[in-house]
Design a protein. Structure first.
Length: 690
């Protein structure tokens, strides 16, 4: 061999891996967001389901394990916990774990050749074929004898099984304790594993599941027991943060979880908007709460007409006493009177004549608002100031925020601000109000926003609702949590304007059951407010954004009892906490929508919803339930309890089942589904009609 040949051989040897690579492959893993660039979202005490393809060349069997751990504040991980993964078909494996604390977590998947399992499978095939397996028994004995167990009981179990194989007793390895000891201790080298652990952000339950209620504290209400006086317009005395406490019992009685207030800050005078968004305010017009800033302060101050910071703290305390939580609106924009305009002029983009361009979203114009310039040279100080707005209210006990138009602010700012805030306060909730392009909405969710408003507000027909929610329950479910609102102070859809009470009822049912989180702008919603400022507009007539309103909660026709029932059903049915288990079922009528949800932890029964989305006509249809999607056997008899209407029915798992729904009563069934016991076939539904 020449020197050149020896050098080439040495180079080729050096180019080989340092250790023999595993023959096992671990790929398409979920949950994963952009290959691990961003954290998937999870909820404390709720199961995280992990799946991966794990396979190898040849005929050897493989095994796989899920490993997971929480991360400490400095990013270091605690000791790994491990659970075996289960093969679910076509080389796909699955396991789950339940995170028990908030904050950052990580997980990985390991795969290895299951040498004992491969031997066991092979010897049984040969024995069944009548072949001599004496040599294979010795191979198995040596496999068991070679397993190094650090547990005395496991060593004994493995030794006894090895001795049994030496005596030709193949059945000895079928004992559960033998298989468990092998799984715990058999050699995994060479091991296949993800290149790096994948991140998960674990948040509290209300980050995933909750009901929001928005109201303007400067408006007033009359309840059944009396209260503020006034007609359809403004009351004699506007409401305050202190008087808003009296509204909490009504909200709690309807079963809501989070009370959300529009901006509570001082409102500017320059270019203040008048009633119905007129560009000239009349004397006494309060202006838009989103025109933030005045002589009394900016984003860290309370409008003196509403009260003080102490009043806000007292309102938050009163919420907690009723099982509610207070959320604040964060709108990063300024009126021309905001202190930042004079203190930090570089934070605003100036035109050649020295003026600041007011905010626009053509055709909408916001003459009373200056947008912030995120391309300013002074961006570091701007970022710190904006993050400081959050920390100010966090220091006063606020843990939930609805963020106005985050898509019009720099995306890198949100990643930095939300990540650092969640690392310090992992219980925070950030609701993104970004009615914008899907990719931008998704990016905001990846950057850390807990929840997002959605296009549900404008999805009306059964086919488009199904199409949209199949998208929401698809790959984005690992990071984007939708929050469904039938209305907002900015959005009164044409459907609500023209279809009357049935539209409000159906939209509430859909919002409360399609998504784990939902919300309403009230009292406009429960009172069926449907007057637009002009034809073709989604703006309310006499909008609370520009004037103080008085609402009579005791008027006939309120939907408060329906909202209370929906929220009670949501709390009683764990399946409604989920979006990832949403499945749609065929219906032979284009106006009806059928869908189901299940709970991965097996808490409670599957839920099946059938809704009529036509607000003007009754419809009947046959529903072809996919019982397997509910985790139930096909062909059995099922008991369906309608928690909305109160009736109980029996359906056959062999046939399609008939429903008939009218928009003038309750336009949907919300069923929990259970098997009918063998000794109880009579049921309570006759022919199975719904």
């Amino acid at each position: 061999m020449t020197a050149t040949t020896r050098t080439r051989a040495a180079d080729e040897l050096a180019a080989l891996p340092a250790a023999r690579p595993s023959r096992v492959v671990v790929e398409p893993v979920r949950p994963v967001v952009d290959g691990g660039r961003f954290a998937a979202k999870a909820t404390v005490d709720e199961p995280v389901v992990v799946e991966a393809d794990v396979f190898a060349d040849g005929h050897d069997l493989v095994s796989a394990a899920l490993r997971y751990r929480p991360l400490l504040g400095d990013g270091r991980g605690r000791r790994w916990a491990e659970v075996p993964m289960t093969a679910i078909g076509n080389d796909r494996w699955q396991a789950r774990f339940v995170p028990d604390q908030l904050g950052r977590w990580e997980y990985t998947v390991q795969g290895w050749i299951d040498r004992f399992g491969s031997w066991n499978h092979g010897i049984r095939a040969k024995a069944f074929d009548g072949q001599d397996v004496a040599v294979e028994l010795e191979v198995g004995r040596r496999l068991l004898a070679g397993i190094q167990a650090d547990d005395a009981d496991d060593r004994r179990v493995l030794a006894e099984a090895a001795d049994a194989l030496a005596r030709g007793e193949l059945g000895a390895v079928d004992r559960p304790e033998v298989l468990a000891a092998v799984a715990r201790h058999q050699q995994r080298e060479p091991l296949a594993e993800l290149a790096a652990p994948l991140p998960i952000r674990v948040e509290r339950l209300r980050a995933q599941f909750g009901a929001w209620y928005e109201f303007f504290p400067r408006s007033t209400v009359t309840t059944a027991s009396g209260g503020a006086s006034g007609g359809d317009g403004a009351p004699a005395q506007p409401g305050t943060l202190a008087s808003a406490v009296s509204r909490l019992d009504h909200i709690a009685d309807m079963g809501f979880d989070i009370v959300y207030l529009p901006p509570i800050h001082p409102i500017g005078l320059t270019r203040r908007k008048g009633r119905d968004n007129t560009v000239e305010a009349s004397p006494g017009d309060p202006g838009s709460p989103w025109g933030i800033g005045g002589p009394a302060g900016g984003h860290t101050a309370v409008d003196p007409d509403l009260g003080t910071i102490d009043d806000l703290v007292a309102l938050a305390t009163a919420c907690r006493e009723r099982g509610l939580e207070l959320a604040l609106d964060i709108a990063f924009q300024c009126s021309p009177d905001h202190p930042w305009v004079t203190e930090h002029p570089a934070w605003f983009r100036h035109r050649p004549d020295g003026s600041v361009q007011y905010a626009e979203n053509p055709p909408k114009r916001y003459q009373d608002i200056y947008p912030l310039d995120f391309e300013t040279e002074d961006w570091r100080q701007l970022w710190l100031a904006l993050r400081g707005v959050f920390t100010h209210w966090i220091d006063h006990g606020i843990r939930a925020f609805r963020v106005d138009n985050p898509h019009t602010k720099a995306l890198p700012f949100w990643e930095w601000a939300i990540t650092t805030l969640l690392d310090e306060h992992p219980d925070l909730i950030f609701l993104s109000e970004a009615f914008t392009r899907p990719r931008v909405m998704q990016r905001l969710a990846k950057l850390g926003f807990t929840q997002s408003y959605t296009y549900f507000t404008w999805r009306q027909n059964a086919w488009e609702l199904r199409e949209y929610f199949e998208e929401l329950a698809g790959p984005t479910v690992d990071f984007l949590r939708p929050n469904l609102w039938p209305n907002t102070p900015d959005i009164l859809t044409a459907e609500l304007q023209t279809s009357g009470r049935p539209a409000f009822i159906t939209r509430a049912i859909l919002a409360a059951t399609l998504g784990p989180s939902w919300g309403v702008y009230g009292p406009a919603f429960e009172l069926g407010e449907n007057r637009a400022v002009r034809p073709g507009s989604e703006e309310y007539l006499h909008s609370e954004k520009y004037e103080v309103r008085h609402w009579d909660l005791a008027q006939p026709g309120s939907l408060d009892r329906l909202l209370a029932r929906l929220n009670r059903i949501r709390r009683d049915q764990p399946a409604l906490r989920r979006l990832d288990t949403l499945r749609f079922h065929p219906v032979d009528n284009q106006w009806l929508l059928a869908y189901s949800k299940t709970d991965p932890a097996g808490r409670g029964d599957p839920v099946l919803v059938v809704a009529n989305v036509d607000h003007h006509q009754a419809h009947g249809a046959l529903v072809d339930v996919d019982w397997a999607a509910l985790g139930l056997p096909t062909g059995a008899r099922y008991r369906l309890v309608d928690h909305l209407g109160g009736a109980t029915y029996e359906w056959s798992g062999r046939d399609r089942n008939y429903v008939h729904l009218s928009p003038w009563s309750l336009s949907a069934h919300v069923f929990s589904v259970s098997l009918v016991p063998d000794d109880d076939r009579a049921g309570d539904g006759g022919d199975g009609r719904g």
